[in-house]
Every structure is written in structure tokens, then in C-alpha cells.
Design a protein around this ligand. Sequence first.
Ligand code: UN1
Length: 511
Amino acid sequence: MYLGRMTSQHPAITATTHLDALAAALGFALPQGGVEVFSPVDGARVAGFDPVDAAAVGAIADRAAKAFHHWRTVPGPRRGELVRRLGEELRRHKADLGMLVTLDCGKPLSEGLGEVQEMIDICDFAVGLSRQLHGLTIASERPGHRMSETWHPLGPVAIITAFNFPVAVWAWNAALALVCGDSVVWKPSEKTPLTAIAVQALFDRVVADFGPDAPEGLAQLVLGDAPTGAALVDHPEIALVSATGSTAMGRIVGQAAARRFARSLLELGGNNATVVAPSADMELALTGCAFGFMGTTGQRCTSLRRLFVERGTYDSFVPRIISAAARLPIGDPRDPANLAGPLIDEASFGAMQAALADARALGATVHGGERIDGSGAGVYVRPAVVEMPTQTGPMLRETFAPILYCLRYDTLDEAIALNNAAAQGLSSSIFTNDLREAEAFVAASGSDCGIANINIGTSGAEIGGAFGGEKETGGGRESGSDSWKAYMRRQTSTVNYSAALPLAQGVTFEL
Ligand code: UN1
């Protein structure tokens, strides 16, 4: 039964019937099993899967290790060719895969398509990178010696992804890991397994066409729950665990990996802030803040959650944000008229309401935040703008929902201190036309986040930069810049081409 908002464009299409057509077009079968999968669009049960148990995870990790031993010997540019073909396959299927992202996690179609574009972009980036995995030569202090640094493939990489970017985050990791010579094992969120199955099917077709250079088991998918993920993280063959999700999850994963000295790359929670200064272009600031907190229904790790507005600007700016939230078209994410879709599930709605209740108890004024559409199935909510007396309580927690906490500030130093007071350090931004303020925000004594933007919101990063953040965000960097180094091991080689054996630091050892 369809319970979301009806539109004239797809009057009787339910998530379920739409999915059947998409699965056929993308060449995968909807799984059936015990763990139920719902589309957040209308709350309908669309599939089910059986979690992979620890023994099966072991076999998968062993297969990944075998694949790695072959793949690491394939030249980098040839590995890049595989990723180039993956990018081509994604281009061919962008429309269907984008719609599947929308049905699987509920983001508007333009964002579903954007997510597939993000996959294509990182494939393109990785293809170029496959010819640029450069090392260094280093001046040796000893005569007749040469010192160099080489980057070698690392090993099988476990990729744990979250529901909100069900495929792009896999691509950020997989495209880099594959050109770096690693094999990958993917554990997607149990809330969004369908896009993962579709992408894996697409990858398998690319591999089948590629010939013997690409070994069986190069990229594998494990569907499961927390125990499945734990078995993967604990497996001795997994060299790097790249995990995206909550800080609570990252704390467990990071410690488990560290216990066996495996590497981890953590991309965890964010409690991102924007500062609106008096000199700001208020139209830019309005759009940047509106997309930042309401886009993707506040379910990006980069979503805007805290807003600091200069005292003299607050009373003209914040009412405009409140009115933008009140007017936002919300509903079926397949309808291009809607700029926000549903929350992922009921639990998420409960967390949102609990945060708003906590804010009210602290004396905050809450605008919006109520459920809309009245149906019990898809969880559609009005974004909430919350005027806080001070930065306290839920304002210092990450709630994965469209809530914007607002506060006045007097000086830029105060705004920067408020920005940096969060436990997480992912994304931040300032709207200002004052050069001194802009530079101060991105200086060493400015924002402490991995991302600090000027005249842009907190979310919507391009793939070319390193993506990630500090403190409880976990410290990892994914995607562009030199993030690829996390997927390789560095080897320092000193070669002696002289007939003597001088020791470093002038140490003598004469037999
Ligand atoms: C995430 O929310 O987990 O910067 C990733 C952005 C996107 C990626 C977000 N490119 O908002």
C-alpha cells in the first residue's frame, strides 16, 4: 500500500513495484530472508536477507587475501583500467542506480543521482591516480647510498558503510583501494542493502569482462548485522578497516582493529556549525544554511546542526530560516518538486523528538519538527529550527535529523570557540565578506574541523579534497588529495652501491 504523498507523476507506483523494475534493469535479484528491508519512501517491506555468519565471513576474508596476492602484482595502470570500466558501467546505469538509491534510503532523486555521480567522479580520480602512486627519493647522509620510499599495496580492506550514502562511500574507498592494489570486502548498512547488491552485480560484470588479471574475490559483499561486521573487523587477513557511521560504532571498530594492530580509517559523527557574520551575503547564507540542515533530511554526516549568528544580524536572519523550513516541500523523494524525503525509520523520528523535548526542557523555542502526512508508514517530518538560550544539552549531541540549533554571538573569537566546543570535528563554515574574518576562521587558531568552508555550507563536499574530521569524527581521511596513502604500505629502502659500509650517525663497529 502506498502511503507517502501522491503526485501526478507516478500516481500508483509503490516503492515495491518500482523496485522490481529497477532490479530487472540493473540485473540483480531482490533477496529474501529473515532480516527485513523496508523502503523509507512508503515504509513497505521490499526484501529480506539472511546475515552472513562469522564462519562465512572467514571464508570471504580468506578469498579476499588470495585475490590480493594476485592483484598486488598487476601494474597500477592496469588496475586503473578496471576502475575506469567500473566508472563507465556506472555512467551507463546512472539513472536506474540513482532511483534505486532514492528508494533504498529516501533521499530526493537529484541527490540519488548526485550520489552516483560522486561514484563516477571518484572512479575518474582513481584512474588518474593509478599512474601517480608516487614515492620519494631522499638524500642519504652516507656516501654511495641512495634512499627511497615506495608505496606498496596493503592488503584486503573492509569497507563498512552507513545508510545515508549507501553507495558513494563504498566507491570512495573501493576505487582507491583497487587502484592501490588491494582487494575489498563491503559490509553495507542493514537498512540499505539493495543498492549494495546492485553495485556488486555491476562490479561482477565488469570483472567478468576484464579477463584473468582481475581475480575472483577481488571485491565481495557481505550482508549482515553487527556480529557480521565484528567478525570482519576481527579477521586477521583484513589489513584496513574503513568504517563510516556513528561515533559509538567507530569506538568499537577502532579499538577492535587496534587490538590486533590492523589499521582503521574512521569517518564518524559530525556536529557541524555555520557562522553568519554581519557582512555576509544573506541570500547565500540562507541557501547554504537551508540546504545544510534540511538537505537529505538532515541525515548527512556533514549536515548543518548548529548556527551561530552575530547578535545584530540574528533577528533578521533567523526568521528567514524558520520560514524556509516551514515552506520546504517535503514528500515522495521521487517527485522533483520535493526537496526533502523521509527520515530513514521510526527510531530516527524518536531520536529527533527526544532531542526536541530535551531542548524545550532547557528553555529553547522550537519551530516545526512535527510529523507530516499523517501516515504511519513513511516517516516525513517538518525540519525544526530551535532557538537555544546557550549551547548545551542536545545542541552538543549529533542527532541524525533535520534540527538546526541557533544561538547569538558577539565576537568572532566567541563564534570560533562555540564552533570548536563540539566533541566532533567534521565540517564547519562561515558566511562573511570580511577577509580578516574569513582568514581567521581557516587559520591555525580557527575552526578545528577537517572541513572549514567560506561562503559555502557545511555539506556537499567534492571528491577532490580529503574528506573526514578530527576528534570524535575519528581522524580518517577518505576520497581525494593524498587519502590513497591509507590504502598502501610505505617502504623505505636504502641502497648501498659503494664498496664500504659506513654506519649512520657516525657509529663505528670495526670487527
Ligand atoms: C556522509 O554524510 O557520510 O560532503 C558523507 C557531503 C557528501 C558526503 C557526505 N559529499 O555532504
